[in-house]
Write a protein that binds this ligand. Structure first.
Ligand code: DQA
Length: 138
């Protein structure tokens, strides 16, 4: 099973960024642990701060991989381009957020991705990614 985690802007700063909201662990460290825990999964990770690069990656993997775990971070709340890319591809997408976006500012309550996602996992810290991964198991 081939699964990719795609992370959007500022998620490269996990562990350094607003630790009270996003925790103390870097994504690199978390990802290595996740790979160790699920050796049967071909698990990849891509991060970009650039909207077009996220769209390029969705197009590249979106007809081939078995699943996409997608945290488009701030672009979730703004990007029609990413929304259209998620609509266009055939690989199922699970949207994730580390923080509970619904308990935060109003502008974070809107997701342009969610209507086209298989499901959404929100607010469980980095564990949101693992819960999303588990959703792809039969
Ligand atoms: C986030 C929530 C977004 O609102 C925010 O812009 C992020 C991270 C999360 O994972 O909690 O950068 O996607």
């Amino acid at each position: 099973m081939k699964i990719i985690i795609i992370n959007g802007p500022n998620l490269n700063l996990l562990g350094k960024r607003e630790n009270n909201i996003y925790g103390n662990q870097s994504f690199t460290e978390f990802f290595a642990d996740l790979q160790d825990k699920y050796p049967e999964v071909e698990l990849r990770h891509f991060q970009s701060n650039i909207e077009g690069e996220l769209i390029d990656k969705l197009q590249e993997v979106g007809f081939d991989y078995d699943g996409i775990i997608l945290n488009t971070a701030a672009y979730t709340h703004t990007s029609v381009g990413i929304s259209d890319a998620v609509r266009a591809i055939t690989t199922p997408v699970v949207e994730v957020h580390i923080s509970n976006t619904f308990s935060r500012e109003e502008f974070r309550h809107k997701s342009y991705v969610a209507p086209h996602a298989k499901g959404v996992i929100v607010g469980f810290g980095l564990q949101s990614y693992e819960l999303a991964l588990m959703s792809f198991f039969e």
